[in-house]
Design a protein around this ligand. Structure first.
Ligand code: NAD
Ligand code: MG
Length: 390
């Protein structure tokens, strides 16, 4: 029996993970469920999946969680706060951790899983962008297996049979749907509403990653993620827009072969790969019907209309704390956009401004990365509050 901690259980990835786990009651069990603030949703998941432990992010939610579990007649133990979460992740309550908290808030628990040598199903891409070298080194030292749960990186992981790429790999190409605004002009993007931005044509996801997909920052974060996971420099990492979202990424080898992984756009496939690896287990996702599909299209990304992808590549080239700054400002900007405080184009403008204003430093420690993250957040909040946007 593989006991699985699902962090971000009330979210989109968390729900997909629990769906796959519930299909395999003889081999998989959700033993820890963790969420942000939605106590009622967490209690409902506890009733359905009967974990040993449930964790809310905010200690102020502990009493409500305890009461909810009691009223539902559940034996699940209630916990609250980041320290309790990291202790549960590192302890013997779980063998596998699905890291699906959104944003830098997921870093501590993700690192705790890596440090404890757990199998780490890593959806929380921001932790890799923020502290990639540290996280990969921590996992390596502790013998933790990381299975990427981003469709592109999961595809590459499959093409490489779970091995690290050696000299035989020439290039890696991440595919991108292009988001809901592919083909639009900058003038059209200026008037985009949050509702339009979160309506992704191919994937059903949480609000933050949906906005990231609309700005193409998601693909930029994924470039940095791929660099850390697969160890390739940025000039061997490409992005290719593929609107049908059926080819999830490609690996080109020195002999001219290119391997790709294809499948319907449903994250349960990637999660089943992570939960079953190296075996294949059922995910609930059907196969492809390419005859019905008819065609697969590809085009280069439009970096002028969607500068976030260019900015992320620049941050990757600069290195040090630059990706942490990029990520932090983006989190602040996306949140402000979703609250209607700034326009869509201001997301990229804020990131560009912060990368120019804050000098990158060596990413020498978690403290240095935390400092860069904090400085960047304050810089962006100040720019938003004073209306100092270009
Ligand atoms: P979501 O918004 O649907 O869910 C986020 C989850 O995190 C929720 O359960 C929320 O309660 C929890 N959370 C938020 N702040 C927290 C905190 N401080 N402490 C504890 N829990 C907290 O997001 P999502 O779409 O499921 O994405 C989750 C992560 O997976 C993101 O990093 C995203 O980039 C990545 N990802 C998602 C998809 C997808 O298809 N949804 C694909 C690839 C990667
Ligand atoms: Mg992805």
């Amino acid at each position: 029996m593989q006991r699985v901690a699902v962090l971000g259980a009330t979210g989109s990835i968390g729900g997909s993970a629990l769906d796959v786990i519930a299909r395999h009651p003889d081999t998989l069990r959700a033993s820890v469920l963790a969420a942000g603030g939605n106590v009622a949703a967490l209690v409902a998941l506890c009733a359905a999946h009967r974990p040993a432990h449930a964790v809310v992010a905010d200690p102020a939610g502990l009493a409500a969680l305890r009461e909810g579990l009691r009223v539902a007649g559940l034996p699940t133990q209630a916990h609250a706060g980041p320290e309790a979460l990291s202790a549960l992740v590192a302890g013997d309550a779980c063998d596998t951790v699905v890291a699906a908290i959104v944003g830098a808030a997921g870093l501590d628990s993700t690192l705790a899983a890596a440090r404890a040598g757990k199998r780490l199903l890593l959806a929380n891409k921001e932790s890799l962008v923020l502290a990639g070298e540290l996280l990969i080194e921590t996992a390596r030292a502790a013998g933790a297996t990381i299975v990427p749960i981003d469709s592109e990186h999961n595809a590459i992981f499959q093409c490489l049979h779970g091995r690290a790429p050696g000299a035989e790999v020439q290039r890696i190409t991440l595919t991108a749907s292009g988001g809901p605004f592919r083909g639009r002009t900058r003038a059209q993007l200026a008037r985009i509403s949050p509702q339009e931005a979160v309506a992704h044509p191919k994937w059903s996801m949480g609000p933050k990653i949906s906005v990231d997909s609309a700005t193409l920052m998601n693909k930029g974060l994924e470039l940095i993620e791929a660099h850390h996971l697969f160890g390739l420099p940025d000039d061997r990492l490409d992005v290719l827009v593929h609107p049908q979202s059926l080819v999830h990424s490609l690996v080109q080898f020195v002999d001219g072969s290119t391997l790709a992984q294809l499948g319907l756009p449903d994250m349960r496939t990637a999660l089943a790969v992570g939960l079953g690896w190296p075996e294949r287990i059922a995910s609930g996702v059907g196969g492809l019907d390419l005859a019905a599909q008819g065609r697969l299209d590809f085009e280069p990304p439009d970096l002028d209309t969607f500068p976030c992808l260019r900015l992320a590549r620049e941050a990757l080239r600069v290195g040090g704390t630059a990706p942490a700054i990029l990520n932090a400002v983006n989190e602040v900007a996306v949140s402000a956009f979703l609250q209607g405080r700034i326009g869509f184009l201001s997301i990229a403008a804020l990131v560009e401004d912060a990368l120019a204003a804050i000098a990158a430093e060596p990413a020498s420690s978690l403290a240095a990365l935390g400092d860069a993250d904090g400085r960047a957040r304050r810089h962006a909040e100040h720019a938003i509050a004073t209306g100092a946007l270009r």
